[in-house]
Design a protein around this ligand. Structure first.
Ligand code: GLA
Length: 387
């Protein structure tokens, strides 16, 4: 079995109940939380996520057809799609269908399968639940079809599927993190080249889910993408060879005198990618996460990228008043979702319930929280099925 066997057992049980047979493959892929480097991935900058303990598991078996049948423990609807002509349905399995289509386009000869999904990555919280679903499904489908499909190609296929098929213009961070992260390490990704490095990270991270939903998020996200594209186009008038917005220097951005708010959006991107490098270098030297870089990141996201929310700002301010907390910031796309705090594990353990209680009083909303280390990456295992 895979390292997270409790979840895998649950996925296998759902598979048996639904399809009346034993699964032959179990795949498992983690959600992620980003230590630093927000809204830099689609600007060609750097990011530094870790895999979290929450994961999506997929139990699967070939079904001898060209259909992929899908059931999930966390969704009322079950459905299916054709490998030959997958059509978007507006349902959760579009992630699987879009991915299968993209894997086929990239040359994978997939075969029909039944799949059962079990996940404890909360949906809509900004912890990459969809990326973890895509990566787990992709690993399972590749294993069942006995095709070699590299992790990096899978991550790229998943990102492409999410943009083309599901309609959100995300960057590569979530899918890369879910596919390539390794336990005990943060994954440094240079998003312009797709190059990655494993950076030892033994610390603890408090993930605080504000419970503020994503209603605004995809529209606001796509609006930011349009703004940074305009900023890059203007900068290229002065610097035609500029490879990406993150490739500009803070001095070049300041000198360009971009119109507001493009000046602020660009300033966030070029300063944030430099913060990632400083944090990764500190971790590489065996130092703890420099908390001031996280705080500077949050301030830049709040003021320059304007993707924070009162609940996220409240958390950062409140967490920093707790003894032993070294740094805090919003994580993921923002406009709600999750924030993180870093510090000693014991300090985070004692601070979290107090912060949650104060949050309930201030916002009349119950937050979610968990403390995570850099957890295991994605796995896939073939099961020995009794005849
Ligand atoms: C979402 C996207 C990522 C990244 C972050 C912001 O999580 O899926 O690709 O752009 O927002 O850093």
């Amino acid at each position: 079995m895979t390292p997270d066997s409790a979840g895998s057992v649950a996925a296998a049980a759902l598979f048996r109940r639904t399809y009346g047979a034993e699964p032959t493959v179990i795949a498992s892929a983690p959600g992620r939380v980003n230590l630093i480097g927000e809204h830099t991935d689609y600007n060609g900058g750097e990011v530094l996520p870790i895999a979290i303990g929450a994961r999506t598991r997929v139990a699967a078996r070939a079904n001898g057809s060209r259909q992929v049948r899908c059931v999930s423990a966390s969704a009322a609807d079950a459905g299916e799609f054709s490998l030959d002509d997958p059509q978007p349905s507006g349902k959760w399995w579009d992630y699987a269908a879009g991915l299968a289509r993209q894997m086929s386009r990239q040359g994978a000869a997939l075969v029909g399968a039944d799949i059962a999904v079990w996940s404890d990555v909360p949906a809509g919280a900004g912890l990459a639940s969809s990326a973890s679903l895509e990566i787990a499904v992709g690993l399972a489908l590749a294993r069942i079809a006995e095709v070699e499909f590299g992790r990096r190609d899978l991550a790229l296929a998943a990102r492409h599927a999410e943009e083309e098929y599901v309609g959100v213009a995300v960057g590569i961070m979530d899918q890369f993190a879910s596919a390539l992260a390794v336990g005990g390490h943060a994954l440094r990704i240079w998003c312009d080249t797709g190059e990655t490095a494993q950076i030892p990270f033994g610390g603890s991270v408090l993930i605080f889910d504000t419970g503020v939903g994503r209603a605004l998020r995809s529209g606001a996200f796509n609006a930011r993408r349009a703004e940074v594209e305009s900023a890059l186009a203007l900068l290229r008038r002065r610097h035609p060879a500029l490879p990406s917005l993150a490739g500009a220097t803070p001095e070049e951005v300041a000198a360009a005198e971009l119109p507001a708010p493009l000046d602020r959006r660009a300033r966030h991107v070029v300063t944030e990618t430099r913060r990632v490098a400083r944090v990764a270098d500190a971790l590489g030297r065996g130092e703890p996460v420099p908390g001031e870089e996280l705080l500077a990141s949050h301030e830049s996201l709040r003021r320059d990228y304007e993707c924070s929310a009162p609940e996220l700002d409240w958390f950062v301010e409140r967490a920093m008043r707790a003894p032993g907390v070294r740094g805090a910031r919003l994580t993921g796309a923002g406009w709600g979702g999750c924030a993180i705090a870093v510090g000693d594990a014991a300090a985070l353990e004692s601070a979290a319930p107090e912060i949650a209680a104060d949050y309930r009083v201030s916002f009349r909303r119950t937050p979610g929280w968990r403390i995570t280390a850099a957890s295991d990456g994605a796995t896939v295992a073939s099961l020995t099925v009794r005849p």
